[in-house]
Unconditional design. Structure first.
Lengths: 253, 291
């Protein structure tokens, strides 16, 4: 998709892929045949640039047709390269960072006040933790004890120009989040069992929203993309695509 | 206007359980009648406007119709992108409520001068601007918005404004409301809190026989309705306590371009003279050209 559309952000998609697979495959109450049913769990992709990964998962579970993906980023397509609510199964459009968590907080607050049992999941990037709006939302959710809210930070350690550490260091991240009234857990964001265990058992502490700090690798699974800043932007050539697919296939053989 | 707003909102909330009130830690001695009566539908987001608007959009996506209340520019420019992306692009029923529109907080300085808000709101395709001219129009606008939940911006004055209408008028987006009929040649067309000011001008000898209309509900979607109403007049003077640039008058002028100069439209709004100045509302309005 990304190659065909000559689009960016393939590295960001690969760091999120395992998290999305576990959420949609094993954690969320979500019926691909009825993606707007009222008691579904809500998923918000706040790092909207990882849209290709979400569209792929939605196709994998049968919410979209695989052939829909061929339209990604094309002229006139609904599949814009930042995630779009006009796509079946997508709750919310993002693309500007720092919007997903406040919106998810509103959903979680609504669920609480309406006595609904569904949960809200928000997948965020590490870079967007620079946004003040996220810290406003973290403070609000902690204060209002929204334990039906779950956030995951895809902590791949790379931002747009340099590492997180060199840009605006987030550490000590877990302690900061805990101090805002959240229950935080750190785990390997490519470990399906660890993700499933953590995300299936929220709230970990009654009255506290839950946040997973998922340590990930940008460009995961493709040796020449892993931990390379340029793959925030570059689009793989035909040769690079073949190489990447071969690596991914052999690692899952 | 503030008390008419909260009174009418509470009345509508009693009829419609979707209506909620979200405030940005403002509204002391104003919002209590709602908060006390509907605690489950009242949220104080704290001094955090981006989260305030984002969470209002999230609530709206789950069936609520939040009215998001704060002062002047705070619920507009501090969270402009949340309004653009989260509310308006998703076509969610959030009503942004700014109290102290125009220069109502003239003494509080530039931070509190809401004179560029129409410019932003009128660029959003489905945003309905509600700028009532008196407390009766406030009630009419709140009733309309409660019955037609949509992305919307309610711009209020402050407190103590006189009523020009004897009763709550019927309001329809894009439709001029007749206040004074005149002799049918020329008219003032106001939006927002400048309605009483234009009413005073009618007594001046230069405007003998002039009509007065108010247009409280307008936006990009209602441009197409303007030319047919404007063409009946020889001259129209639009009146607003907003910058002349990108405001109500320029919206009217754009709407009437197909008429090729008939009627003659004059935009009476604020000039850049008011930037950085401090004073009462009436003094600053006069300084900016509203006299």
């Amino acid at each position: 998709m990304v190659h065909r559309a000559r689009a960016s952000h393939v590295g960001s998609c690969l760091s999120s892929a395992d998290i999305l697979a576990v959420l949609y495959g094993a954690v969320m109450r979500f019926d691909p045949a009825a993606p707007t049913t009222p008691d579904r769990d809500r998923f918000i992709l706040s790092k909207g640039h990882a849209a290709a990964a979400v569209y792929s998962v939605l196709a994998q579970i049968g919410c979209l047709a695989h052939t829909d993906l061929d339209e990604y980023g094309n002229d006139g397509s609904l599949l814009m390269t930042h995630v779009s609510h006009k796509i079946r199964g997508v709750e919310f459009s993002t693309g500007s960072l720092g919007h997903g968590l406040p919106f998810g907080v509103g959903k979680a607050l609504a669920a609480r006040r309406l006595h609904a049992v569904w949960r809200t999941f928000v997948l965020m990037s590490d870079g967007e933790m620079d946004e003040g709006s996220n810290w406003e939302a973290l403070m609000f959710a902690g204060h209002h004890r929204l334990d039906n809210l779950v956030a995951v930070i895809d902590y791949n350690k790379l931002q747009s120009l340099a590492s997180v550490k060199a840009t605006l260091d987030l550490e000590p991240l877990s302690a900061k989040l805990e101090s805002f009234g959240w229950s935080a857990r750190e785990l390997d964001g490519h470990d399906h069992a660890a993700l499933q265990e953590a995300l299936s058992t929220t709230p970990w502490a009654p009255g506290k929203p839950s946040i997973v700090i998922a340590h990930t690798v940008k460009g995961k699974g493709v040796s020449f993309m892993e931990n390379r800043v340029e793959w925030h932007y570059k689009s793989p050539s035909a040769t690079q695509l073949d190489e990447a697919l071969a690596e991914l296939r052999s690692s899952h053989a | 206007m503030r008390s008419a707003f909260i009174d009418e909102l509470a009345a509508q909330a009693a009829l419609d359980s979707r209506i909620a009130l979200v405030v940005g830690d403002l509204g002391f001695s104003v919002v209590e009648p709602f908060a006390d009566r509907f605690p489950d539908r009242f949220v104080n987001s704290g001094v955090a406007e981006q989260n305030m608007m984002g969470l209002a959009a999230g609530m709206a996506s789950e069936g609520y119709h939040p009215f998001v209340y704060s002062i002047a520019n705070f619920p507009v420019f501090r969270c402009a992108e949340q309004i653009r992306n989260d509310v308006e692009y998703h076509d969610l029923p959030v009503t942004i409520v700014a109290v102290g529109g125009g220069l109502a907080y003239g003494n509080l300085g530039y931070s509190h001068h809401a004179v560029q808000d129409y410019g932003f709101m009128r660029m959003l395709p489905s945003m309905l601007i509600a700028a009532p001219g008196d407390p009766m129009e406030v009630r009419a606008c709140v009733r309309y918005l409660a019955r037609h939940p949509q992305p919307s911006y309610l711009r209020l004055g402050k407190a103590g404004e006189a009523c020009l209408h004897g009763d709550v008028p019927e309001v329809t987006p894009g439709r001029w409301i007749k206040i004074v009929g005149g002799d049918g040649t020329n008219t003032f067309l106001t939006t927002g809190a400048t309605l009483p000011l234009a009413r005073e001008w009618l007594d001046h000898q230069d405007y003998q026989g002039w009509a007065l209309h108010s247009l409280p509900l307008w936006g990009m979607r209602t441009k197409a309705l303007q030319a047919a109403q404007a063409v009946a007049w020889k001259r129209v003077i639009s009146v607003e306590d907003h910058l002349q640039d990108a405001g109500f008058g320029s919206w009217l002028l754009e709407s009437c371009l197909p008429l090729a100069g008939r009627p003659a439209i004059e935009i009476r709004g604020l000039s850049s003279e008011i930037f950085g100045k401090v004073g009462t509302q009436s003094r600053l309005n006069a300084l900016g050209g509203l006299k």
